[in-house]
Write a protein that binds this ligand. Sequence first.
Ligand code: NAP
Length: 470
Amino acid sequence: MANQQFDFGLIGLGVMGRNLLLNMADHGFAVIGYNRSPQKVKELEEEMVEGTTIKGTSDLKVLVDSLKIPRRITLLVQAGKPVDDVLQELIPLLDKGDIVIDGGNSHYTDTLRRVQYMQEKGFHYMGMGVSGGEEGARRGPSIMPGGDPEAYQHVKPMLEAVSAKVNGEPCVAHLGKGAAGHYVKMVHNGIEYGIMQLISEVYDVLHRGYGLTNDELHEVFKQWNEGELQSFLVEITRDIFLKNDDKTGKRLVDVILDKAGSKGTGKWTSQDAMDLGISIPTIDIAVSMRNLSALKQERVNAAAVYPSAIKITGVSKEEIIQEAREALFFGTMISYAQGLALLFVASKEYNMDIPLPRVVKIWRGGCIIRSTLLEIFYQAYTGNPELPNILLDSHIAALLKSKTANTRKFITTAIQVGIPASALAASLGYFDAYRSAVMPTNLIQAQRDFFGAHTYQRVDEEGIFHSNWQ
Ligand code: NAP
């Protein structure tokens, strides 16, 4: 192919980059991919589908010189310094008006800094979240671009082509100003942390507490996935229980060490929510539990100090499965509610203009947190785009109310036998506090005024007051 003939360029041919590039090629775009180490270039070319136009290179100048003007280049490298390193190499090769898109999980503040830096140099720069993992990138992810609206128009047809589709509609939309794309992706991941923790707690109660086998758990999750809990995460959990380990012949899930890793997006969600003063305890606890899981040896030592039987009795299998299903539904709703409430505030505080109806619409397909619930949220936001919290929607309220009794029972059972159900309990606690017209925070205000003269307001009179407590 002659120079300047390729439609799109991609830097970083790892798991996400290689698959997204192959996906672009499937849709008729001529694409070129760069990787600094040649092995991944070779792998890309080996995977090339006949009849598509793909080239790989480990020479950045070749990539830049091969692209149509304005150049449209997506980065899919690790977040942090690698993005800045790639930009420093790329900038001298670019012309004004070229478009660079960071499709990795960059922190939104890094993206804001880079948007300004690249704009000053005459380039367009966008932050874009991509969700769906390896398979999503290859067959259709949910894509969350934000920032530069002019640049978006240059990539919109390609993004719509490669994205997942729900009812024929693409799971991609422009999600607001500045670093909105990366902010939305960060919160998406926070919600994902919450739901994964909730599923693991339900698994713990049913498996360790009630003794359900992997085959039984497979059946339970299979049934759940055919009803109101239908979602990508429930679906893959269903399949996980059946997977055998090649080395031992046991079920693979039983030989996986109970230490959870993380790449930071859940922690960032919690940190930013704290900065904004927004309560997202289900997500906070999910991050904390991964941290606690890392202390394997300490936990083993503590288990010897505080032994416990952890055996659930006095409830039938059908009952506990029903309670588990409703508790998971309840907690999942709350995890979404917290993430969306954070987006509602952050959008205003950071002047991002994030359109929440569009966010939940594009999360319906392709992404890790896709579920039938998103359709319900989409209806709620379509009715009221300024809904501060989905818990205030009447249809959602009716659904939650129908699950609270069994959620309470399930959490009580876990607490009684000593199985940690912290995300479930945090979800219920959040719900109970959010629906409390009166909270005990009057006492906290009294204490603050007692020891620190921090003042308080009164229920019966306007103004700021201080009392002499001693
Ligand atoms: P990956 O498989 O580890 O690939 C990372 C790529 O970045 C490699 O091609 C690597 O090149 C390149 N790279 C790293 N540092 C570089 C540097 N300084 N200069 C040039 N190239 C550099 O990662 P991935 O899973 O595809 O993830 C890429 C991005 O997408 C990350 O931000 C990740 O958080 C995000 N993401 C991942 C997923 C997922 O499910 N994996 C989902 C959504 C978003 P070498 O081969 O030369 O090392």
